[in-house]
Design a protein around this ligand. Structure first.
Ligand code: NAD
Ligand code: DAU
Length: 377
């Protein structure tokens, strides 16, 4: 039996990773370590919470003594580290929390793993510390093409596949880090600590940098769930700036599949970029979301376009993210399984069919429920 800690397992991506591992590997013991911040929600894991190979531990990754205790108690073989403060807008308002959780919290996980694994006879053998990071650490790409072709244009990735792009440059693993927001700066710093633990102590680490995820269970402060919920209630849709910024969207279960593959087959000390070759301008994706929600709610398709409200831009708003995931495709054979049209249809349907999940969060009921379960947090 392998004991694997997944941090941040009550969050959006973490809950998909926990579900995948608990269901796919009955001989693994999955220990979900989560502080249950505003973004953590055990309702995301209702379907697997009673499985015998699953344990939930409410803990703060910054609390080093407690984390050490968890490592000792469970004889941990591997860590998949997702716990973080993840929302750029919050990082602009409150950078300290991001440095604390994302930098110091990651360091606390690394140090606990090091002190535990160093003491056992087999040391690093069979151990793995896998850190989940973001494409935002690379900074922003331009939306130009040297040949002057109007974007989006069809281009060919180094994987050999054609796709639409808004610029000729992509985030590759060898790119210099150039974070712009307090969030991405804190993630960049945590990535450096993870690599430092490999280079200094020989810890078997892996880092992956993924593009924007979408899908069920995403906290409704992020673009897609926020807008689905606002359209449902006919509330304004706050589009930052001109809505021209480009993001590369990946269905969350495809990210979880990549994490599974890399955790088991990835090369130690390597970095892999994960992305969907799926670039969209915000305003275009917003129009797709409006049309989809309207159609699924039986409204006239597009009738809610007038909810679009242009608001002051996000400070330091990165223009374009676009991942080149060719290395992962070439070396480990991973590919996104869902076309975007299919993924967004599934996603919108999920939020509309799970309105109680959304209402619990937005009405504050969910706060009260977990307070009664786990006390003040
Ligand atoms: P999320 O905000 O939905 O979830 C974060 C989880 O971490 C929550 O359950 C929260 O309770 C927990 N957490 C926060 N602080 C903690 C602490 N101090 N101790 C223990 N648990 C704590 O985030 P997400 O969108 O699922 O992102 C997960 C990870 O993936 C993050 O590291 C993020 O940087 C990275 N990432 C996210 C995306 C994306 O599009 N969402 C893309 C690439 C990478
Ligand atoms: O690229 C990966 C990153 O993607 C992850 O590391 C982050 O954790 C995740 O939050 C996400 O960051 P973004 O800032 O790209 O996601 P967000 O959903 O906040 O915004 C997506 C785009 O939409 C961005 O260009 C800002 C814009 N936006 C967002 C919100 C919430 C709006 O125009 N209006 C909004 O209300």
């Amino acid at each position: 039996m392998k004991n694997i800690i997944i941090t941040g397992g009550a969050g959006f991506i973490g809950s998909h990773v926990v579900r995948l591992f608990v269901n796919k590997y009955p001989d693994y013991h999955i220990i979900n370590v989560d502080k249950l911040t505003y973004a953590g929600n055990l309702a995301n894991l209702k379907d697997i919470e009673d499985k015998p190979n699953y344990t939930f531990v409410k803990a703060d990754i910054c609390d080093f003594e407690t984390i050490m205790g968890i490592f000792k108690k469970y004889n941990v073989d591997g860590v998949i580290h997702l716990a973080a403060e993840s929302h750029v807008d919050r990082s602009i308002k409150d950078p300290f929390t991001f440095a604390q959780t994302n930098v110091m919290g990651t360091l606390s996980m690394l140090q606990a793993a090091k002190l535990t694994w160093e003491q056992i006879p087999e040391k690093w053998e069979g151990k793995r510390f896998y850190h989940i990071s973001t494409d935002e650490v690379y900074g922003a790409l331009e939306m130009t093409d040297p040949e002057g072709i109007e974007p989006p244009f069809t281009t060919k990735a180094s994987s050999g596949k054609h796709h639409l792009a808004y610029g000729s440059k992509f985030f590759t693993e060898d790119l210099k880090y150039m974070p712009h927001s307090p969030y991405s700066a804190s993630k960049a710093s945590s990535d450096h600590f993870v690599r430092a633990f490999h280079d200094t102590y020989g810890m078997p680490t892996i880092v992956t940098n993924c593009s924007n995820n979408y899908g069920p269970y995403q906290f409704p402060e992020k673009l897609i769930p926020l807008f689905i919920n606002n359209i449902r209630h006919r509330k304004p849709l706050p589009v930052y700036g001109k809505g021209e910024n480009v993001r590369d969207w990946l269905y969350v279960e495809d990210h979880a599949r990549a994490i599974d593959l890399i955790f088991h087959k990835g090369t130690i000390a390597e970095t892999y970029n994960i992305g969907g070759f799926n670039e969209w301008k915000n305003i275009d994706i917003i129009k797709v979301v409006i049309n989809t929600v309207d159609r699924l709610l039986g409204r006239k398709e597009g009738e809610d376009m007038d909810l679009i409200t242009y608001v002051t831009d996000r400070a330091g708003h990165d223009m374009r993210y676009a991942i080149d995931s060719s290395k992962l495709q070439r070396e480990l054979g991973w590919e996104p399984s869902l076309q975007f049209e299919e993924g967004i249809e599934k996603t919108v349907k999920w939020y509309l069919e799970n309105q109680a999940w959304m209402d619990n969060i937005t009405s504050g009921e969910y706060e009260k429920y977990y307070e009664s379960m786990y006390g003040n947090r």
